[in-house]
Design a protein around this ligand. Structure first.
Ligand code: FO1
Length: 318
């Protein structure tokens, strides 16, 4: 079975671990969000690609969900000693090596997709990890800071500001001019099922769908598209999807996210057992819906979610 998964950072990566356990013989292609990418100290950092690569490759800092395990921060401290910022983004010594290799290969003319393939040679994530595009896309967030309207990079909003101010708008800068990376449209055309894991529907899944051609390819793939709600009981399980959803005028609710994607895209939607009251509303929107446990408390729980998503896909296909 060929499965294509649109993945953001931590939630998407953790779901993928469960999917691999639930479907060990499946051929999984991950279309990774690159809107979170940031250029720091002359290096290109790809948080969501790295989180998938490290999580599935066994190098992730488990409790954080990002960055490397057994990390040290000597380089970061030395940069600070030189007064070279920013100091609010926690780049570790081991992680720096990934960004140096990536930036070196990009500088030699390799596209991000080739760079990602090369980095995965080491990590062997057990999935094919494709950036959504090889073109530069960076999500910016419009905020009111000290009485003036400003656009800040997503990472500054999320890490330095801790999403403490309202997001007035979310803009994936460069998305309109971008094109799907090599292999993305082919993977969608050959997929037997497409999954939207519990990633941020705006800055992760939404950014991937903003790359011209990807939303259409999914809608036209003619195979079941099944998503898992990142919102449980009216709140995001992790992160600040609520801040992003309110920026685009979508209610922070399991049903609202499904309706935001729309029945033109989604065939099935899993909500948590706590939101079983939302099933009727989602079904009324033309999207098949089931309420199952959606907390990724451990690998078995996550694998069970993945099995439920694949089962719903088969029910939809029938
Ligand atoms: N998230 C934080 O909350 N604080 C950090 O200092 C931080 C550093 C960081 C470094 C590398 C990397 O790949 C991710 C990092 N993240 C950090 C997480 C990152 O902001 C998020 O993983 C994604 O951008 C959103 O999914």
């Amino acid at each position: 079975m060929r499965i294509v998964v649109l993945a953001g950072g931590i939630g998407g990566a953790r779901f993928l671990r469960g999917l691999k356990a639930a479907a060990p013989d499946a051929d999984i292609t991950v279309i990774g969000n690159t809107g979170d990418d940031i250029h720091l100290f002359g290096l290109k950092v790809c948080p969501d690609l790295d989180t998938v690569m490290y999580t599935l490759g066994g190098g992730i800092n488990e409790e954080q969900g990002w960055g490397r395990t057994d990390e040290t921060f000597q380089v970061k401290d030395e940069l600070k000693a030189y007064g070279v910022g920013p100091d609010w983004f926690g780049l570790g010594d081991r992680d720096f090596a990934t960004h140096i290799v990536r930036t070196q290969m990009l500088g030699a003319g390799y596209p991000l997709s080739a760079v990602t393939e090369a980095l995965c040679e080491r990590w062997q994530p057990g999935v094919r990890l494709l950036p959504m595009t090889d073109d530069r896309v960076e999500t910016h967030v419009a905020v009111d800071l000290d009485g003036e309207r400003r656009a800040v990079h997503f990472q500054e909003y999320w890490v330095r500001l801790r999403a403490s101010v309202d997001a007035l708008a979310v803009v994936p800068v460069g998305a309109e001019q971008s094109k799907p990376a090599p292999g993305v449209l082919e993977a969608l055309a050959e997929a037997d099922v497409v999954l939207f894991p519990p990633s941020n529907p705006v800055v992760s899944i939404g950014t991937i769908l903003a790359v011209p051609g990807i939303r259409e390819a999914i809608a036209e793939a003619g195979v079941p598209v099944v998503g898992l709600s990142p919102i449980v009981g009216g709140a995001p399980v992790r992160g600040m999807a609520d801040k992003m959803l309110s920026a685009i005028g979508v209610e922070t609710a399991a049903a609202a996210v499904a309706e935001h994607y729309g029945s033109g895209l989604l065939d099935g939607w899993l909500v948590d057992s706590a939101d079983s009251g939302a099933v009727a509303e989602v079904e009324a929107a033309g999207i098949r819906c089931r309420a199952v446990p959606l907390m990724m408390t451990d690998l078995d729980a996550t694998a069970a979610m993945a099995r439920e998503a694949l089962a719903l896909a088969e029910e939809v296909r029938a």
